[in-house]
Design a protein around this ligand. Structure first.
Ligand SMILES: [Fe+2]
Ligand SMILES: [Fe+2]
Length: 134
């Protein structure tokens, strides 16, 4: 992962843990893979070669036109945009293949879904979502 993505992951893991503890949970009440979910939720971005400008453009396209339409763009830039926007699915596949905890795999897959679509415990996942800040 790039240095900014690693810093982001560390910040999310740290803040999510803090939010859970402030809410009265103990570390032993958190599922295995909780901290790793914060650290690695965006790991699928390693498959995209977009730089900062490309990432911003991909995000704006996804917001403006919808993720699925932005993913259908053709050409080299289009395929990098598609890979970037699919980082949730790609990351979940990488984590699954490397034997990560199921919580870590599922959060990578679900972290851009609306809360209503989460399969994970919503309270626990909400700490990660709030810490992610997007
Ligand atoms: Fe993400
Ligand atoms: Fe993130």
């Amino acid at each position: 992962m790039s240095a900014p993505d690693r810093r982001h992951g560390i910040g999310v893991a740290r803040d999510a843990l803090r939010l859970a503890l402030e809410d009265g949970l103990s570390e032993s009440e958190l599922p295995p893979g909780f901290a790793a979910a914060g650290l690695l939720h965006d790991v699928g971005k390693v498959r995209s070669r977009l730089g900062t400008f490309g990432r911003v453009l991909a995000t704006v396209l996804a917001i403006g036109f919808g993720r699925s339409r932005a993913c259908r763009w053709q050409g080299r830039f289009g395929s990098e945009v598609a890979k970037y926007l699919a980082h949730d699915r790609i990351g979940a596949e990488l984590l699954e293949a490397s034997g990560s905890d199921q919580f870590t795999v599922r959060w990578a897959r679900e972290h851009h879904l609306p809360a209503e679509a989460w399969q994970l415990d919503r309270v626990i996942a909400s700490y990660l979502k709030e810490a992610d800040g997007d």
